[in-house]
Design a protein around this ligand. Structure first.
Ligand code: ATP
Length: 234
């Protein structure tokens, strides 16, 4: 399913006045493709991602997955949470793994919280750990893994619920250039394979050789958008 952000505006209260963090942004991410969202610090990238995830209500505008309008200024927290659990996977800047669980258990817990059956989850979890190249580490805890391996587990975890939309916030900030490039390549490949519409926030354009499109935010607005022709076929 495609992800559509339409006329998204996000205004934060700021003392006696307000701060517009996202200003009338329109963006479509086709299913199976990855769009990188670039821009300087404070441009509004994380704010836009938070709206796309239903973590923050937009002040104006709508988020649509396929034909379903999922987030509007009026969407309740309960409805946003349900959509996020059922349809959206997220990868954060730091992997945010639970220290006491093995890599496989991180995925199992995540799937369990989404109501999946334990038997199918274990198999799917191993498949995904294999897909991200850490199957050999399935029974290790985060402290026994490298930074890159931890980020790979977090990517597998985000995909365990078969999300239609994958939202990724600076996945490479803790990695060197080579590992960062590999992680972006992994995400774009999995997005294509799983037909997930993927929006990836990045500071580092040099790691983005494999993404399908790039857009840039500046001062809360989308500055430029790659033409659709630049989107490679799935
Ligand atoms: N919860 C909040 N309340 C008030 N203002 C906020 C809040 N979150 C972000 N802002 C402001 O909104 C603007 C956009 O911030 P945002 O974090 O979205 O930018 P960013 O492009 O992701 O930056 P970075 O690359 O540094 O993470 C900034 O001016 C920031 O100070």
């Amino acid at each position: 399913m495609d992800l559509h952000l339409e006329h998204i505006t996000l205004v934060y209260p700021d003392g006696d006045s307000t701060l517009t963090a996202v200003d009338d942004v329109d963006l479509t991410v086709p299913a199976g493709t990855t769009t990188a969202l670039l821009g300087p610090s404070g441009a509004g990238k994380s704010s836009l991602l938070a709206v796309a995830a239903g973590l923050t209500q937009p002040s104006r505008g709508t988020v649509t997955i396929g034909a379903d309008v999922v987030f509007t200024p009026d969407t309740s927290v309960a409805d946003s949470t349900r959509v996020r659990l059922e349809r959206i996977g997220m990868v954060f800047q730091s992997p945010q793994l639970l220290g006491s669980l093995t890599a496989l258990e991180q995925l199992e817990l995540h799937a369990h919280l989404r109501g999946k059956r334990p038997a199918s989850v274990r198999e799917r979890g191993m498949e995904l750990l294999d897909a991200v190249g850490v199957a050999d580490h399935a029974h290790k805890r985060p402290a026994q893994l490298s930074g890159g391996q931890r980020q790979r587990v977090a990517i597998a975890r985000a995909l365990v619920g078969r999300p239609e939309v994958l939202l990724v916030d600076e996945p490479t900030s803790a990695l060197d250039h080579e590992r960062g490039t590999q992680v972006v390549e992994l995400i774009t490949g999995l997005a294509r394979e799983m037909a997930a519409a993927t929006l990836l926030v990045s500071h580092d354009a040099s790691t983005l050789a494999t993404v399908d499109a790039t857009v840039r935010m500046l001062d809360a607005r989308l500055e430029e958008s790659a033409p659709l022709a630049a989107v490679r076929p799935a």
